[in-house]
Design a protein around this ligand. Structure first.
Ligand code: MEV
Length: 302
């Protein structure tokens, strides 16, 4: 327990899903990595305000917005009165861009609260999951797991997060389409497709296979194989209807710039792409800029 005058802080990692998004909802494994950037939350005694200037967010718990409801549930889960604290968020990841902003926010706030109450890791994860269910209805849990743990890991619904040792750090180009989207809408669209079209369900299994192959590639340091898996996964995700012309254009541009592989990351429908381009990262970022899209480099497995 801290005294009430103290400001406490917590951090949640932003994430990229390397392989296995959507399939992870159906029990398949996925590989995700925490980025260096994320969300830092500062909690101080107050009256329930939540401010994140980078997201133009300034609200009061109880105003019925999704963020307010999420913070409310998170505080309830951790046993603190939701209007007893103010939260100030330093957000380094864009919101609703496929980079795990909501999970990073939830984990950061949960950690800042836990630093006051002494709540443990399981409580933090449960609180983040409660917040995530407001945004994403029935999330697989991968976003909260990577936001809390960072590093590179394998996640499935049964076994949770298992860190994957990576032989050497991997540079990943992240390109933003600038289109925002709602993860739960994309997950529902894939579910409808699977109900109507049995072959779609087999594509889900193929994404799981690609994630398994990606683990082998990571273990052996075979970046070229990982690149091929990125390319195949993007094709499958497009087949499931979660890519967009803008994401496809970013993927094509990355490959034209010499990337070994590129794919959408996260739920799709907008958001971000990732590219594996050893020695060609500047060229990839330049091509994305020429399309009017912002990109940056992140290193995973440090
Ligand atoms: C979203 O980052 C990843 C999805 O697989 C949804 C989920 O796992 O909850 C699309």
């Amino acid at each position: 327990m801290t005294d009430s005058a103290t400001t406490t802080t917590g951090f949640g990692y932003g994430k990229v899903i390397l392989l296995g998004e959507h399939a992870v909802v159906y029990g398949q494994p996925a590989i995700a990595a925490g980025m260096q950037v994320g969300v830092r939350a500062h909690a101080s005694a107050g009256a329930g305000s939540v401010r994140a200037p980078a997201w133009q967010l300034d609200l009061q718990v109880g105003d019925d917005s999704p963020v307010s409801t999420a913070v409310d549930r998170l505080c309830q889960q951790l046993g603190v009165a939701e209007r007893s604290l103010d939260f100030w968020l330093e957000a380094e990841v864009p919101a609703r861009a496929g980079l795990g902003s909501s999970a990073a926010m939830a984990v950061a706030i949960a950690r800042a609260v836990a630093a006051r109450t002494g709540a443990g890791e399981d409580d933090i994860l449960a609180a983040a999951a409660a917040a995530e269910s407001v945004f994403h209805k029935t999330p697989s849990g991968i976003d909260a797991a990577v936001a809390s743990r960072g590093g590179v890991g394998r996640f499935d619904r049964a076994a949770g997060w298992q860190a994957i040792p990576v032989s050497r750090p991997i540079e990943i180009c992240v390109g933003l389409s600038g289109q925002t989207r709602q993860t739960s809408d994309l997950v529902s669209a894939v579910a409808h497709l699977c109900q109507r079209t049995p072959v779609a369900r087999r594509l889900i299994d193929a994404l799981g296979e690609l994630a398994r192959a990606g683990m082998e590639a990571l273990a052996s340091g075979d970046i070229e194989a990982l690149g091929h898996e990125f390319n195949m996964a993007h094709g499958v995700l497009s087949g499931l209807g979660v890519s967009t012309p803008e994401l496809d254009a970013l993927v094509r541009a990355a490959r034209a710039a010499g990337a070994l592989g590129a794919k959408l990351t996260g739920a799709g429908g907008g958001g971000a792409v990732i590219a594996l381009a050893p020695g060609r990262t500047e060229e990839v970022l330049r091509r994305w800029r020429s399309l009017g899209c912002y990109g940056f480099l992140t290193v995973v497995g440090t």
